[in-house]
Design a protein around this ligand. Structure first.
Ligand code: C2E
Ligand code: CMP
Ligand code: CA
Ligand code: CA
Length: 397
């Protein structure tokens, strides 16, 4: 069987590629298993032997995962897998897959286990194929994010932050972008929440931090007008429990000569739910190191005023939900006015997110909002576009 032909040294070296010609068997029902696979190209037919006959269960193609069931349940292969055209597979070792599943959220683990049992005819209840494909596709995304980080498929785009009134750019928010082969641009909402359910967000977070420091350095090297600009980095709740967080931070600051006063760390109230004291002490340490801290999506979370007064943040970012109707809705106006008033009274810089038109921008400025961000001023763009814009602005000033 093919699995036994993989040299042992490769077994822990995911991702490792294997090719099959048309008609070659990948595994047979009942085989013991040590790998799962992601199909890179070609097709694998999944069939089950019933006496002398065989029933085709599925034909799987590029992007599909195959052979995961046996590893999840530690049982023999539930079906036969045969290449029906020349096929290239990425090998996922048992350790690798089990680590992924372990890191996945409990629902995903549950769905995979139930599906696996049902396929073997001893399921406790019905499992919908939809659930299974959702679970497997989450597993695939998690795998692809990890591989994509290594392959350089991610980038940071910069969205300008301006001073309301003058529209002068004062900094940028770094927003992650993923160009996933075969899928094109994948929005962060499709993978950040998933990554946040596992330690995958720690890898993303480290990468983002490093890349943002590198961007700040490049802005300074190339941009005539960039000296005082900041770059804002989004931190997820789980990063607050990352024992390696400060190691990453120290390393990046040294490597890129970054001045922490020019980095804003954006956090949401979500960081406070699990362990308020720990989150607070991490924030305090960041503040002592010189970082600027911003409370993101303000108004959408718990927005407990007692939290706000205890959080050592410098900036409040009012969520787009309250900003978008500010010129036309008196309720939106009152909300923004009171949040801006509160922020200003606490000595915080107030920023409005998601500004899309001039009327809203003018109204926000009148209500005491100092900074703005939104499509009116620019979408998140690659570094060289940002540099180009800066040069134009500088020349015009
Ligand atoms: P966020 O931090 O609240 O980022 C603002 C989002 O609003 C961005 O979406 C941005 O493109 C979008 N936006 C900005 N201006 C406008 C506007 O005028 N109108 C509208 N309709 N939208 C606007 P994006 O880039 O898709 O990011 C979504 C979320 O993903 C972010 O929300 C943040 O929570 C998360 N995210 C993005 N990059 C990272 C990252 O590097 N690390 C972490 N942990 N999370 C990230
Ligand atoms: P495993 O049991 O390790 O080996 C056989 C593989 O075939 C199994 O994992 C799944 O990846 C796949 N498989 C089994 N049954 C089906 C099915 N009904 N539809 C799609 N794939 C299946
Ligand atoms: Ca943000
Ligand atoms: Ca936000």
């Amino acid at each position: 069987m093919f699995v036994r032909s993989i040299p042992h040294t490769y077994m822990h070296d995911s991702p490792f590629l294997h090719t099959l010609s048309a008609g070659q068997s990948l595994f047979r029902q009942g085989d013991s298993a040590s790998c799962a696979y992601i199909i890179e190209s070609g097709r694998i037919e999944i069939s089950r032997s019933i006496g002398d006959a065989s029933e085709i269960l599925a034909i799987l193609g590029p992007g599909d995962i195959v052979g995961e069931m046996a590893l999840i349940e530690d049982l023999p292969r539930s079906a036969n897998g045969t290449a029906i055209e020349p096929t290239t597979l990425r090998v996922l070792t048992r350790d690798y897959l089990q680590e992924r599943v372990q890191q996945a959220d409990p629902l995903l683990r549950h769905l995979l286990r139930r599906m696996s049992r049902r396929l073997r005819g001893n399921a406790p209840g019905p499992v919908h194929d939809r659930d299974h494909s959702q679970a497997v596709s989450q597993l695939q995304i998690a795998h692809d994010v990890q591989a994509g980080l290594e392959r350089g498929e991610f980038s940071i785009h910069l969205q300008p932050v301006v001073r309301l009134g003058s529209d002068v750019v004062v900094g940028y928010e770094g927003l992650i972008r993923w160009t996933r082969p075969g899928y094109g641009a994948v929005p962060p909402s499709d993978f950040i929440p998933l990554a946040e359910q596992s330690n995958l967000i720690l890898d993303i977070g480290r990468w983002t931090f490093q890349e943002s420091c590198a961007h700040l350095q490049k802005l300074d090297r190339c941009g005539t007008a960039s000296r005082d600009l900041f770059v804002a980095i989004n931190l997820s709740a789980r990063q607050f429990t990352d024992p390696g967080l400060f190691h990453t931070i120290d390393k990046c600051l040294r490597e890129y000569g970054t001045d922490p006063r020019r980095i804003k760390l954006e956090v949401t109230e979500g960081i406070l739910i699990q362990n308020f004291d720990r989150a607070l002490s991490v924030l305090q340490r960041c503040r002592e190191m010189g970082f600027q801290l911003a409370l993101d999506d303000f108004g959408t979370g718990y927005s407990s005023l007692s939290y706000l007064s205890r959080l050592p943040v410098h900036m409040l970012k009012i969520d787009r939900a309250f900003v978008k109707d500010v010129a036309t809705s008196s309720t939106a106006r009152k909300v923004v006015q009171s949040v801006a008033g509160l922020g200003n009274a606490l000595g915080l810089t107030v920023l409005a997110e998601g500004i899309e038109n001039r009327e809203d921008a003018d109204e926000l400025a009148l209500l005491g909002v100092e900074l703005g961000q939104g499509y009116l001023y620019g979408k998140a763009q690659p570094l060289d576009h940002a540099l180009h814009q800066l040069d134009i602005e500088f020349a015009a000033a």
